[in-house]
Write a protein that binds this ligand. Structure first.
Ligand code: SAH
Length: 399
């Protein structure tokens, strides 16, 4: 996987749109594949034999070691020299909250430029899922999502994406198998190269070796990138946030639909399914009186049935800028029952962590007072710092 043509092969810090590392900041090694690691060691005139680079890679990626001093199979001199030239983590932890309602934990992490992102660990009796962020903020402006209200700040680097997993792993052991979903802050397919480089690192056999089939990339519907992912990474799972069953409503809720309307989106999805041989997941956030009618369900079934697919119904989670109403569980159940068996498969997402604003569409939400008192803080972790309140764009308020 490391020889993927789009993976940046550079030994200088990768130029990321809008990202300027703090002055004097040493380069992080957490975003580097073994070959590049070797080149970086060579440039710093350190021991650059390939097995050395692989040893360091394994410490960082397989064991989540954040400190060169702990790399006990390296000489003391090399450990010292590494610490002088490089650092490991790309992010710093800035807070954590645990949900009392569920076993969900939200982690707040800060980049060297002060940018804040959030990652979520969702633990259910059946599986553990890590929900990762791919951008700081988001530029797609979906009116029902809190991250969108922040606007776009910058891309995350591959190092910052990978580091989210290592920090979560640091806090509590992960089971042998777990899933990754790119459903946190940002649009992963708008940060294609860095997200794919991060996936290469996370799935590397000498690292965490997370199988690509356990990784889901969720997109707002960027048709060309869906096709590209099908061509280049057919094993990854694709989820598409459909949200509306007519172009008229989708244009309003998910503005990118104007660029890639539903027929174009479906063409890309068909193309992806053909290349990957895998079914696609359609995410559908249900809002009372907006997209929950029987006609909506019928159109949703018609759309989804064009490809092998699963429909994932998501209850609308409050964003603090309420313009929509959540559909009550009974309504969700009726909608789901209409869809199944008319479609291949339907699931209702049990949104986790609403009490700590960690559920879908809630990341970047300033923590409300209630949350602060209910959230449990692990000893030794910093408190969630207060976040500046941003005013929602006028458009979102009108809805
Ligand atoms: N940009 C990507 C991934 C991030 S959003 C995408 O659009 O898919 C992850 C999921 O959360 C999407 O399916 C989105 O529709 C959903 N979501 C956004 N806001 C929500 C809200 N307020 N309540 C419930 N789900 C929401």
């Amino acid at each position: 996987m490391s020889d993927h043509p789009t993976a940046p092969q550079t030994t200088v810090p990768i130029a990321i749109e809008g990202f300027t590392p703090a002055e004097g900041e040493l380069p992080s090694l957490v975003g580097e594949l073994p070959d590049n690691l070797r080149r970086m060691l060579e440039e710093s005139r350190l021991d650059s034999r390939p097995f050395r680079a692989r040893q360091i890679f394994r410490w960082i990626q397989a064991r989540s070691v954040r400190d060169f001093g702990l790399m006990t199979d390296l000489s003391a001199d090399l450990r010292q020299a590494l610490a002088t030239n490089f650092r490991i983590p790309a992010l710093k932890p800035a807070g954590e909250a645990s949900s009392h309602e569920t076993r969900t934990r939200k982690f707040v992490l800060v980049g060297t430029d002060g940018a804040r992102i959030e990652s979520v660990r969702i633990t259910t009796p059946r599986r553990v899922t890590l929900c990762l962020s791919s951008q700081v903020g988001c530029g797609f402006g979906c009116g029902f999502c809190r991250t969108a209200q922040m606007g776009y700040v910058r891309q995350l680097t591959a190092a910052e994406i990978v580091d989210q997993v290592h920090w979560i792993r640091d806090q509590a052991p992960l089971p042998e198998r777990y899933n990754l979903v790119f459903m946190g802050m940002g649009e992963p397919l708008a940060n294609y190269d860095q997200v794919m480089q991060a996936i290469d690192l996370l799935s590397h056999k000498e690292g965490l070796a997370i199988g690509p089939r356990r990784i889901t990339v969720s997109t707002v519907g960027l048709a060309p990138e869906i096709e590209r992912m099908g061509r280049e990474r057919p094993k990854l799972r694709l989820a598409v946030s459909l949200t509306a069953t007519t172009d008229e409503l989708r244009n309003e809720l998910v503005a990118v639909n104007r660029r890639y309307p539903r027929p174009r989106l479906m063409q890309a999805i068909k193309n992806h399914v053909e290349l990957s041989g895998r079914r696609v997941t359609f995410e559908y956030v249900l809002r009372k009186g907006v997209n929950d009618s029987q006609a909506d369900a019928r159109r949703l079934a018609q759309f989804a049935n064009q490809v092998p697919s699963k429909i994932n119904l998501i209850p609308y989670n409050p964003t603090g800028l309420e313009t929509f109403t959540r559909l009550e569980p009974e309504g969700m159940r009726r909608f789901a029952e209409f869809l199944y068996p008319r479609t291949y498969a339907v699931t209702i997402r049990q949104s986790q962590g609403k009490d700590i604003f960690a559920a879908c569409g809630q990341l970047a939400q300033p923590a409300p007072e209630k949350t602060k008192t209910r959230a449990r803080r692990r000893p030794g972790t910093p408190k969630l710092a207060p976040r500046p309140r941003t005013r929602p764009p006028a458009k979102a308020q009108e809805r």
